[in-house]
Write a new protein. Structure first.
Length: 213
C-alpha cells in the first residue's frame, strides 16, 4: 500500500501513521521528523529549513522533494510506504506524480481548528529518543519524563499558540486544496479525528480495510 496521510498540524497524523506502519509492515516517511533532525544536527538542509519551520511556514519544495525522492527510491519502500506530511501543496503533488510514484489512497484526518490548538499546546517531545506525548491525550507515566528512555520532555517552539495559528492558516490556504486534487483522482478517504486516539485508529483501520491481504 502506497498511502498519503493528510490533515492539519496536530490532527494526529504521526500517531496514526505509526499504527498503519505496524499493521501493514511498511515504513512511515515523516518529512517533519527528517527536517527537525536536520535542524538539530545543523546540516545545510537544517539551516535552510529552520527559519521556515519556526514561523510555521512551509519548507521550500526543492528541499522536501529531494528528501522524498531519495527515500522512495531506497529498498525500505519496496513493499509500500506512508507519506506523512508530503505532499503539502498542489505543486508537490504534481512533482510526486511526475516521479511516477503510484499512490493507492490519500487519507485525510479531519479535526476542527479549536481542537488542533488544544492538542498542540499540550504536546510534549522527548529530548532523548524523540517520542511524542500529550498532557491530556497521551501523558507520560511520570510528568515531563519519557516512559522509554527517562529523558526530559519539552514543548517545541512550533507548538506555541501563535505559531499554531499561523500553521493552520498556511494549511487551509496551501494544503487543504489537495483534498480536491485527490478526490478528482478517486483516491481521497476522509476520517474524523476522534477524542480518543484508539477511536480514531479504529476508524482509520476500517477505512483502509480494503487494502488488507
Amino acid at each position: 500500500m502506497n498511502l498519503i496521510l493528510m490533515g492539519a498540524p496536530g490532527a494526529g497524523k504521526g500517531t496514526q501513521s505509526a499504527k498503519i506502519s505496524e499493521k501493514w509492515n511498511i515504513p512511515a516517511v515523516s518529512t517533519g521528523d527528517m527536517l527537525r533532525a536536520a535542524v538539530r544536527e545543523g546540516t545545510p538542509l537544517g539551516v535552510a529549513a529552520k527559519s521556515c519551520m519556526d514561523e510555521g511556514k512551509l519548507v521550500p519544495d526543492e528541499i522536501v522533494i529531494g528528501i522524498i525522492k531519495d527515500y522512495l527510491s531506497s529498498d525500505k519502500c519496496t513493499n509500500g510506504f506512508i507519506l506523512d506530511g508530503f505532499p503539502r501543496s498542489i505543486p508537490q503533488a504534481e512533482a510526486l506524480d511526475a516521479m511516477g510514484v503510484k499512490i493507492d489512497a490519500a487519507l485525510s484526518i479531519e479535526v476542527a481548528d479549536e481542537k488542533i490548538v488544544e492538542r498542540m499546546s499540550g504536546r510534549r517531545i522527548c529530548s532523548g529518543c524523540g517520542a511524542s506525548y500529550h498532557v491530556k491525550y497521551n501523558p507520560p507515566k511520570v510528568q515531563d519524563v519519557c516512559d522509554t528512555c527517562s529523558a526530559s520532555l519539552y514543548t517545541r517552539d512550533d507548538d506555541a499558540a501563535e505559531t499554531v495559528l499561523n500553521r493552520l492558516e498556511t494549511f487551509h490556504k496551501t494544503t487543504e486544496p489537495l483534498k480536491d486534487y485527490y478526490a478528482a483522482k478517486n483516491l481521497l478517504i476522509c476520517v474524523e479525528g476522534r477524542e480518543k486516539v484508539e477511536d480514531t485508529t479504529a476508524a482509520v483501520m476500517s477505512a483502509l480495510a480494503k487494502f488488507e491481504a
